[in-house]
Design a protein around this ligand. Sequence first.
Ligand SMILES: C[S@@+](CC[C@H](N)C(=O)[O-])C[C@H]1O[C@@H](n2cnc3c(N)ncnc32)[C@H](O)[C@@H]1O
Length: 210
Amino acid sequence: MKNNFNFIAPVYDALAKLVFGNKLKRAQCHFLHLISQDSNVLILGGGTGWLLDEIFKTGFRGSVTYVEASTKMIKMTEKRLQPSWNVSLICGDEKAIPKEFYDVIITNFFLDVFSSDKLKDIMATLSDRLSHRGLWFCTDFRHTNRLKHKLIIWSMLQFFRLTTQLEAGQLLDFAFYFKALPLHCIEHSTFSNGLIFSSVYQKQPSEQEF
Ligand SMILES: C[S@@+](CC[C@H](N)C(=O)[O-])C[C@H]1O[C@@H](n2cnc3c(N)ncnc32)[C@H](O)[C@@H]1O
């Protein structure tokens, strides 16, 4: 099975911290304050669920649908849940997303596991599920001209290919794929000398509104 994170789930967060310190977390939390407190949020491939703590810490009172393919990641997320949180955990892939519209979609270090064709399909599906003027938060790696970054990206691809049967053969340019969708980028920041980006896209208003 491709993109199977069960094997590395118990050590995923520790490994990420060992290699990147707090940079991955900092990038993922950078724009969380833009989530309105009552919104209906969809998280895809959220991993161990630590981001839920950060979202609810902002005073968020809305609902979260958390779709994650790894049974081990889901179990780890389940252990973090607080009684006051409105979170629905779904163990499955993008086909398991409940057919609703979401005010916010979060895909952090999720799009990078797919091949180009699959990525296009998944991004189109997610864009369809985003409500009018909804926000899509995406944090991930990006290419730079630095040799050090090329080595890091290459090593990560080799590592995840071995441990998760990663489907992606290369790191894709996600901004290019976002351009094909009815979204526009309203916030963008880079971290770690440009190796990591965090962007917020908004679903464009329909033409009648212009
Ligand atoms: C690279 S990890 C990122 C985890 C988390 N977002 C983070 O940054 O800590 C990718 C996650 O996506 C999940 N995943 C992979 N393919 C998926 C799919 N088709 N649907 C839902 N989750 C998926 C994996 O199980 C894994 O937890």
